[in-house]
Ligand binder design. Structure first.
Ligand code: CTP
Length: 397
């Protein structure tokens, strides 16, 4: 529920602005108060009268409205809310936000606010895919903006692809997750995810197979319960979740350093598929192929991040969770791994190709802890993540 919460809703000028009428209803149904702000362009798509009737509040639209300035300055307006929500966030609004422009009321509020900001982008698919928009998106994420959507589908402009604004109920769910104090509020949790790449030369590397899907889902689930998540990720296929601090790394050594830098933490979850070895003396320039002469690679051991952090004498996270991806004797190997690495829990799974788990959407895991061995039924990776996050919350709270 969102009772007692106030959302400052900035409506941008795009066809999806019509969905804001429903969005306002949904937010109010859940108990939120909505202060609407419309850009000049938004007025071309919805009327201030409809917006104000549904919100039950005055619509703010002009930076130089002296009455508003006397009643409530734009700085104050930007701060009384618990969340500033931009929907639809057009390509133009995103660009202005990313570059810190403040030419009208909406952008001034966004620049002046000290409350969390969420955007629901909506635009033509080519505009969304354009490197400039993607660049702006990256900047906004780095600035801590939460992004919901866009969804893929048929668009008003007749094209198909990502660019449709998320549905009002999805936006409300994201607002709920951000504003509702979860059981992990105030807890800091480090999550490693994805593979590491160990260079042979500037163009070649060795790596483990890992899409990063399970680690990403875990970070998202922990964040949804209110945790402050530091997400240390190797080069994964899946994009990192919104609302977490992302630390991109390439190699195991970089991952270890990033994890150490992120401490102290209340818990650490090691879902990354870290390469066990790195190439000794990786070449700075591309190794040329010479007919008949095969290169010889020699390896040295990478730091075992899970084992290292589990055995810290000072500043060890209160709960350390490792993963064990096995193809044979899953439980015996995972149990031995837990003892060898001194972590608290091991989440074991069978990654034999026949299971379809590697690269798939589902996972079947066994949780091994002091309490014993617990088989979880096969379920979606998101569901595994949510269950694990709930268990972590039980343990930490
Ligand atoms: N792990 C780690 N650092 C490493 C290797 C593994 O932090 N250098 C972590 C993984 O993130 C995972 C757990 O250790 O949580 C187990 O990883 P896994 O690859 O299954 O174990 P290994 O120690 O590599 O053992 P083996 O490959 O022999 O099964």
């Amino acid at each position: 529920m969102l009772s007692g919460k106030r959302v400052l809703l900035i409506i941008g000028g795009g066809i999806a602005a019509y969905k804001c009428l429903d969005l306002i209803r949904r937010l109010k149904e859940r108990g939120a108060a909505v202060t609407p702000v419309m850009t000049r362009a938004a007025g071309e798509f919805v009327t201030a009268l409809s917006v104000s009737a549904l919100a039950g509040e005055k619509v703010y639209s002009d930076l130089f409205d002296l009455t508003d300035e006397a009643e409530m300055g734009h700085i104050q307006l930007s701060r009384v809310a618990d969340l500033v929500l931009v929907a639809p966030a057009t390509a133009d609004l995103m660009a202005k936000m990313a570059t810190g422009q403040a030419g009208d009321l909406a952008t001034t509020l966004l620049l002046a606010t000290d409350t969390p900001v969420m955007i629901a982008p909506a635009m033509n698919v080519r505009m969304w895919d354009h490197p400039a928009t993607q660049r702006n998106l990256g900047v906004l994420r780095q600035d801590g903006v939460t992004v919901v959507g866009p969804n893929e589908g048929d668009m008003a402009c007749g094209e198909f692809g990502p660019g449709r604004m998320a549905e009002p109920l999805e936006i409300v769910a994201a607002v709920d997750a951000l504003l509702t104090v979860g059981p992990l509020a105030g807890k800091r949790i480090v999550v490693t995810s994805g593979p590491t790449h160990e260079p042979i030369d500037p163009v070649r590397y060795i790596a483990n197979r890992s899409s990063g899907a399970q680690g990403t889902a875990i970070a998202a689930a922990l964040q949804a319960l209110g945790a402050e998540v530091v997400f240390v990720t190797g080069p994964a296929e899946v994009s990192p979740p919104d609302g977490v601090e992302v630390v991109p790394v390439e190699t195991a050594v970089q991952m270890r350093d990033a994890v150490r830098a992120a401490l102290p933490a209340d818990a650490a979850v090691f879902a990354a598929a870290v390469a066990d070895w790195r190439v000794v003396g990786a070449s700075d320039s591309k190794i040329k192929k010479i007919a008949g002469a095969l290169p010889t690679l020699s390896f040295e051991e990478n730091p075992d991040i899970l084992a290292e952090i589990s055995q810290m004498s000072d500043g060890r996270p209160g709960l350390v969770v490792g993963f064990a991806a096995e193809t044979d004797d899953v439980i015996a190997n995972a149990t031995a791994k837990r003892a060898r690495k001194h972590c608290d829990w091991i989440v074991a799974n069978d990654v034999s190709p026949a299971t379809g788990i590697m690269g798939g959407d589902e996972n079947a895991v066994t949780l091994i802890s002091d309490a014993g061995v617990e088989d979880w039924p096969r379920m979606g990776k998101d569901a595994v993540a949510q269950q694990l996050a709930a268990r972590i919350a039980d343990r930490l709270v």
